[in-house]
Design a binder for this molecule. Structure first.
Ligand SMILES: [Zn+2]
Length: 136
């Protein structure tokens, strides 16, 4: 699963990433390029979310392609990145109860909205509010 996830992260190409264990959902340490995963609750979404945190930590190197800080931004960029990360609903982006109840039926539309929100962010700083309204 790690290999299936990391191939969608060209920013991490050539980097040495450590993977550890946690009893929590997932954790990351940006400075050490370390993620911790819980093998009992593993999903591509969680792996992608933690890897996205590592990319958030590369802000200086990525310039205008940098991913903004924060858990909600982390979810938006993870969902937008690839279909594989839609295997469970996001933990921080509020998609609303109806979407959560039938994630499979809605996840492709949610991904398209996340992609659109990232594009809108270039001209429109309130992209998270916009996305939350669209999700509703
Ligand atoms: Zn997180």
């Amino acid at each position: 699963m790690l290999q299936g996830a990391i191939r969608h992260f060209p920013e991490l190409q050539g980097e040495s990433i450590s993977v550890g264990y946690t009893k929590r959902y997932g954790e990351s340490d940006i400075r050490r390029l370390l993620i911790r995963l819980n093998p009992r609750r593993l999903s591509y979404y969680v792996i992608g979310h933690e890897l996205t945190h590592l990319v958030q930590g590369m802000k200086d190197r990525l310039g205008e392609n940098a991913i903004p800080k924060g858990e909600i931004a982390c979810d938006i960029w993870t969902i937008a990145r690839a279909d594989v990360f839609l295997d469970e609903p996001p933990g921080y982006l509020d998609v609303g109860r109806r979407v959560l109840l039938d994630w499979k039926a809605h996840r492709d539309r949610v991904r398209n909205l996340c992609i659109e929100a990232i594009e809108r962010r270039n001209v429109h700083r309130h992209y998270i509010q916009w996305l939350t309204r669209e999700l509703r």
